[in-house]
Ligand binder design. Sequence first.
Ligand SMILES: [Zn+2]
Length: 179
Amino acid sequence: MPVTTSHPDVFASIIPDETYPIQNEHRGPSCYTHGGPNSAEQYQWAGKGDPEGGDVQYIPGSVIRSPGFRRIMSRGLYSFADPEVDHLSYQGQVWIDSFNNTQEAALSQLEDDDEAELESFNCVGPGPRNSGSLCGEASFMRRKDLETTPPLCARHKEKYSKYFERTEDGTWQRISPAK
Ligand SMILES: [Zn+2]
């Protein structure tokens, strides 16, 4: 199994072909687009506390294990839902509790945007050196802000914003290498 950087025990135990109940911890509705801004693979949640239970959605393990989704979970926007309620077999409650507890501090970062519908977009910053690929980490934005701001993760936002321009088809292209 691949070794993850932040929470190896949790994500290594996620099985790609199974689905897991994921709780939206955000007060407003939330949407995750898997595979880039133009992908049709979208998962939507109602705001936390939704009376009809729309704040928990079953998400494929393959998505949960992806770098973008792991990044979101590390920031506390989503958490693993209670397996007792959702009748799914986990390896145990202990690691879920310990994982979710680490997210409480991260939640405060999102409170300023509580009423906004945040979505995650894959960072278009550079990937690992000489790989030729893109960073792909999650960038939290409102979809309408994509018109004026390239999707860049926290690590790339400051340094790279001015090196992108929006093309006619609505994607962001690198126009110059950052120093
Ligand atoms: Zn990045």
